[in-house]
Write a protein that binds this ligand. Structure first.
Ligand code: GLN
Length: 492
């Protein structure tokens, strides 16, 4: 079969269970595509062909023996921020260029237990700081829709691999949009779960109170399958919530779009820098949801202007603390011939971290320093609470909130945005992390350059099933999620 990469997760699951093809055939098919096509996309940092084939054979044996789960034998790519035992985990940084974790992240372990086959580890902005994947030490990943454009970030490799059909789905992480924005830039569906829903154990920390793992895939249905595996309580993560996990696949038709109240924040559609095509496509998708029976309700989110400054204090503050562990002593990069301990710290950190990471460590350290702590960090925490309250108030009158995922489509590689320009691009995603809410991106069309546009739906706490269900029904009625980048049409 030459078109195995065109099958949805459900089709893969059924095909494997019905012995239409084996996991080995499927895995070899994807590995061949990676070998042929990924030189152009550069989504993978590490391809784990040998391990993948061993896992595929074990999956085939499990299927024959009748021990299969819905995903046994299905391949996946993991963002290179999830620790993988025995396989390099780089977080896109020179600091961890040769780092091999002694254990698996919970997300990876759960994937293994479910029988998933790991194709490899995919590229990302260094320590997940960025919106383009260009800050990776391993070079820029390309957007499969236009190879001279970025796939977004920080989970750019996760999105590009799926958009180029180099993995059926992937894991990503989202601290301020890093699942939703690359999904938007690459025409994919991506879910950022409620904070605490997916274990952060073994997920290299950027900003711990905001970080959350989630799926990137072609459709809400595909995301639902992966979310069923990723979600759940983990005693190894103290912020993991002990709450039953919904069966997201079984719930795909569980929420009726008929009667759904969709909040449209007034402030969101007049944001400076909102691209006209993005606005038009998002409005068309909302019109479609209205035709399907939902009601659009204008709402106020008065704190919108505070999103970017609040996030860009809290996230760097937490990062400066989290990244202090990379000191050249215990693991990671160490400079050559240090003179003394200070020289060792200084040079290891200035040689091991890239520019964006250093910039954020400096900002964060400043915001946390004794003289400025109250003026910056404490104040940002107070504003964060107000942002959360703004959302909770809105959810008293609406079921979900609609927004673009990003004000623009994918940037050109090397566009060299100033930090402020780049940070403003996060306006629609970061408040969701500050509030700890779940949100999803769904592809809803293209701009004049044929670059994908994404609609974001934000839900109340623990509403992952509802978000997946609404997008699933939208995707049953439209075909944006079935569109493929030209490079994905190439056969290996
Ligand atoms: N673009 C945002 C940042 O640079 C979000 C990154 C993320 O979600 N990891 O921080």
């Amino acid at each position: 079969m030459t078109d195995l990469h065109r099958l949805s997760i459900r089709e893969l699951s059924e095909g494997l269970a019905g012995a239409k093809f084996s996991s080995r055939e499927l895995t070899e098919h994807y590995l061949k595509r990676i070998e042929k096509i990924d030189a152009q996309v550069q989504s993978y940092v590490t391809v784990t062909a040998e391990q993948a084939l061993t896992q595929a054979d074990a999956a085939d044996a499990a299927i024959k023996a009748g021990h299969a789960t819905a995903l046994t034998g299905v391949p996946i790519a993991h963002k290179d921020i999830f620790c993988t035992q025995g396989i390099k985990t780089t977080a896109g940084s020179k600091m961890l260029d040769n780092f091999i974790s002694p254990y698996d992240a919970t997300v990876v372990a759960k994937g293994k237990a479910a029988g998933l086959v790991t194709l490899g580890k995919v590229n990302m902005d260094e320590f997940a700081m960025g919106s383009t994947s260009e800050s990776s030490y391993f070079g820029a990943t390309k957007n499969p829709w236009a190879l001279d454009h970025v796939p977004g970030g920080s989970s750019g490799g996760s999105a590009a691999a799926v958009a180029a059909d180099l993995a059926p789905f992937s894991t990503g992480t989202d601290t301020g949009g890093s699942i939703r924005q690359p999904a938007s830039f690459c025409g994919l569906t991506g879910l950022k779960p409620t904070y605490g829903r997916v274990s952060r154990f073994g997920m290299i920390a950027y900003a711990s109170s905001l970080d959350q793992g989630g799926p990137i895939a072609r459709s809400a249905e595909d995301c639902a399958y992966l979310m069923n595996v990723m979600a759940g309580h983990d005693a190894k993560d103290s912020t993991s919530v002990n709450k039953d996990v919904d069966d997201h696949v079984a719930n795909l038709n569980g929420t009726s779009v008929k009667g759904l109240r969709i909040g449209i924040p007034k402030q969101y559609f007049n944001v400076h820098g909102l691209d006209a095509d993005v606005k038009a496509r998002v409005e068309e998708s909302l019109k479609k949801l209205e035709e399907m029976g939902s009601t659009l309700v204008e709402i106020d989110l008065n704190m919108t202007e505070a999103y970017v400054p609040t996030y860009y204090l809290i996230a760097p503050a937490e990062a400066s603390s989290n990244l202090s562990r990379f000191d050249g002593v215990r693991y990671g990069y160490r400079c050559e011939d240090p003179k003394d301990i200070m020289d060792l710290y200084k040079r290891s950190r200035s040689e091991g971290f890239g520019k964006e990471v250093q910039q954020r460590i400096l900002i964060g350290t400043y915001a946390l320093s004794a003289g400025y702590y109250d003026a910056y960090y404490v104040k940002a925490q107070k504003v964060r609470r107000l942002i959360q309250q703004d959302f909770l108030k809105a959810f008293e009158s609406v079921d979900v909130i609609a927004a673009p995922s990003a004000p623009t489509t994918a940037y050109r590689i090397g566009a060299n945005l100033s930090p402020v320009e780049m940070y403003l691009g996060d306006i629609y995603t970061i408040a969701v992390n500050l509030a700890g809410l779940p949100a999803i991106n769904a592809p809803v069309g293209f701009d004049k350059d044929n670059l994908p546009v994404g609609l974001q739906l934000i839900g109340n706490y623990w509403s992952e099933s509802q978000l997946l269900s609404v997008v699933h029904q939208y995707q049953q009625a439209t075909d944006w999620h079935t569109k493929r980048a030209a490079i994905a049409e190439e056969n290996a």
